[in-house]
Ligand binder design. Sequence first.
Ligand code: SF4
Length: 243
Amino acid sequence: MQGYIHSLESFGTVDGPGVRYVVFFQGCPMRCQYCHNPDTWTKADGIRMETDEIIDKLERNKSFYKTGGITATGGEPLLQIDFLTELFEKAKAKGIHTCLDTSGICYDKGKKELVEKFRRLFQVTDLVMLDIKHMDEDAHRKLTGHSNASVFDFAEALEHASVPLWVRRVAVPGITNEKNELEKLGNYLKTLSNFEKLEVLPYHTMGKVKYENLGMSYPLGDTPELTKEEAKEARQIIELAMK
Ligand code: SF4
């Protein structure tokens, strides 16, 4: 099966445990104001690749991924769920650890056929890194253009399927880094039995140049970057709420 791929990274160290073969999927329905990969938004802009091609490339350096595996990120990998599932099935058949980095936005519990596809995907997914952009519905809509209801439905489905979960939060000053919001996130995370790890990623502006190159205006204007110290504090607030 063919999918639309943005790029491949042979030695990823920040997208899941160990050293990872990172597959950046092309296409994303979200429009996060802080997105630093706007070049991944349009699916048709991707390179068409077969799942076998990707597995073959990974296998050339398989020994490097002994403690790691393959990570699907993007863009939004779930936009190409059939391709993603086939890729992970082939990886699992070769004993490779599979990790999905997603916003969860493509889940729709009202669509039976789609829910079935997710069940099949969960069977070959060793870890999900879920980016919870905002706990508040209105703020989530403003930040991403979408409701967060499907994100929570997706997290619930993962819990039912016992898929280990890491949660990521991009902490943006004044938007996703408010004390009340961080506490809400912590209160939510403590309800999830499959939750394993929290990653707080400080907002940075390295993506600004991509917007300029694409002739787009940068949505967050002059919003300052979050310092490491502030990210540490954000993490502490979330962890305190989880106790
Ligand atoms: S979900 Fe990720 S790729 Fe999509 S717009 Fe948001 S940050 Fe960008």
